[in-house]
Design a protein around this ligand. Structure first.
Ligand code: URP
Ligand code: ZN
Ligand code: ZN
Ligand code: ZN
Length: 491
């Protein structure tokens, strides 16, 4: 037998090409890619006939919160590494980068890293890595960046908001300087915390507590100002950054202008900002809490249209889920923990921020059919792999170099459309913000390192917990300082 698996008769889609190619897989890697028919006498243990389907690299989701302590309001995140990665694979995501959260009262990052390794090890259905979430950039923590790189961690996330995590501008400069020295990419959650708390006080004075007031408590200007400030700090330090979960057209315009000046500013958006608006926060009773995330869904469809346009024109480098799951109906740790005698309809400021979405990211986006297929692959797989130092192992189909991670989809009209319900999903969450949406796409097969881990028509989830492994990452192949060499203090 020459190969472990061959995938024949499909149309292969990468970030740059659409071709009639057959793919041969051996020892977990893409061994050979040949023109259709070229593998007809190849001997393989298994064959997938992808006739009429699209064959794409597996999804890479670079923004995932699993098993995190309370950081974004009350409550710990609902999914652990097992349930979160299970949900991922059933929606075509074969690699995830989750957060290793350092709390404000912790001095070291290396303990955070090993604790996160312990949570993930033997529990994952898919391959994974971590971004360090830096809550306390102490001298010691900063001195550990070098070791982090040696341990295969080439990115970190910092926050301009949330009491539990917020860094002030001086601390951000400390992080950016050390990140620059070590070749680390910094992700920034850009919202102005003072504007948010001032607006929260104004709403409370007026006794406006319903979930829908989460929107006005996080106005667009808070994101727009902080985005511009983050760009300024990055430019000052000549260090690449990625602005996470961008939701407003004006923040996107600041990002675009910086990119047009040649600055290494990268940006991410998420399905929430393509599909949800403030109308989704304004539902009867407490239901709107299901769509509470930060930044919040914005005003109207025209905001969503602008975010779609930013994906198409390259302003956004990546599309991630920001899977940050909280159970809805859970008085202890879920969204309903903010409902009590004093606030019978809840208080928006106590609703934990975040929505589940690791399983729906790819099917929702592809079903909408608003991006070129190559662009879809680029923003959901190839670019996250390149940005975070996983390419060409992940995110591509390079002979001899890429892991054999594939999704096979049917083009529009070839799969029966259906209305999404939460009970179809594999997360440990009691709702999806996308309940009832009509989907035209779902992966038919998903392959991870040569193994069929999802077969929608024969058994569904076939992957095994523990098959997923930790991937050490290199430096970003996209994000680099503008000027190589040492950064010097402008005196
Ligand atoms: O609401 C959100 N996005 N929760 C997750 C935390 C974060 O800032 O990414
Ligand atoms: Zn083999
Ligand atoms: Zn964030
Ligand atoms: Zn997040």
């Amino acid at each position: 037998v020459e190969y472990d698996l061959v995938v024949v008769n499909g149309t292969v889609v990468t970030d740059t090409e659409i071709q009639e190619w057959d793919i041969a897989i051996k020892d977990e890697r893409i061994a050979k890619i040949v023109a259709r028919g070229g593998l007809h006498d190849a001997k393989a243990l298994k064959t997938i006939d992808a006739e009429g389907g699209y064959v794409m690299p597996g999804g890479v989701d670079a923004h995932v919160h699993l098993q995190e302590p309370p950081l974004f309001g009350k409550g710990s995140t609902a999914d652990n590494y097992e349930t979160g990665s299970r949900s991922a694979v059933c929606g075509g995501t074969t690699t995830m980068v989750t957060f290793a959260p350092q709390k404000k009262n912790e001095d070291t990052l290396l303990d955070t890293l090993s604790a996160t390794h312990a949570r993930a090890k033997h529990n994952c259905y898919i391959d994974y890595s971590f971004h360090l979430l830096v809550g306390n950039p102490s001298e010691k923590a900063l001195s550990e960046f070098k070791t982090l790189r040696e341990e295969g961690i080439s990115s970190l996330k910092i926050y301009m908001t949330y009491e539990a995590l917020q860094l002030h501008d001086g601390q951000i400069l400390d992080v950016l300087l050390e990140a620059r020295k070590q070749g680390i990419t910094t992700m920034i959650h850009a919202e102005n915390n003072h504007i948010i708390s001032w607006m929260t006080t104004q709403l409370e004075k007026r006794k406006l507590f319903a979930p829908k007031y989460h929107g006005p408590s996080h106005p667009a200007v808070a994101e727009i100002e902080a985005t511009y400030r983050a760009i300024s700090l990055s430019e000052f330090m000549d260090t690449p950054i990625l602005i996470v979960h961008v939701s407003t057209p004006q923040a996107a315009a600041h990002i675009r202008a910086a990119q047009d000046r040649g600055l290494p500013i990268f940006a991410e958006t998420c399905p929430q900002y393509l599909f949800l608006t403030k109308m989704d926060l304004d539902q009867p009773g407490f239901e709107g809490a299901k769509c509470v995330c930060s930044p919040p869904p914005r005003s109207s469809d025209s905001d969503c249209d602008a975010i779609w346009a930013g994906l198409a024109d390259g302003t956004f480098t990546i599309l991630s889920s920001d899977h940050c799951p909280f159970r809805y109906d859970d008085a202890e740790t879920g969204k309903k923990s903010s409902v009590n005698e004093e606030f019978p309809l809840g208080h928006f400021k106590y609703i934990p921020n975040g929505c589940p979405g690791i399983e729906t990211r790819l099917p929702l986006t592809l079903s909408e059919n608003r991006l070129e297929l190559t662009k879809f692959v680029e923003v959901t797989s190839t670019n996250p792999a390149k940005l975070y130092g996983l390419y060409p192992l992940k995110g591509g189909l390079v002979e001899g170099e890429s892991d054999a991670d594939l999704n096979i989809w049917y083009p529009e009209g070839k799969m029966e459309e259906f209305a999404l319900t939460n009970d179809m999903l594999h997360h440990d969450v009691d709702y999806t913000p996308f309940e009832g949406r009509v989907l035209k796409q779902w992966p038919r097969w998903t392959v991870l390192r040569g193994k069929i881990v999802w077969d929608r028509e024969n058994g569904g989830l076939l992957g095994k917990k523990g098959y997923g492994k930790f991937i050490k990452r290199d430096a970003s192949s996209l994000a680099k300082p503008l000027n190589a060499g040492e950064w010097e203090l402008p005196l």
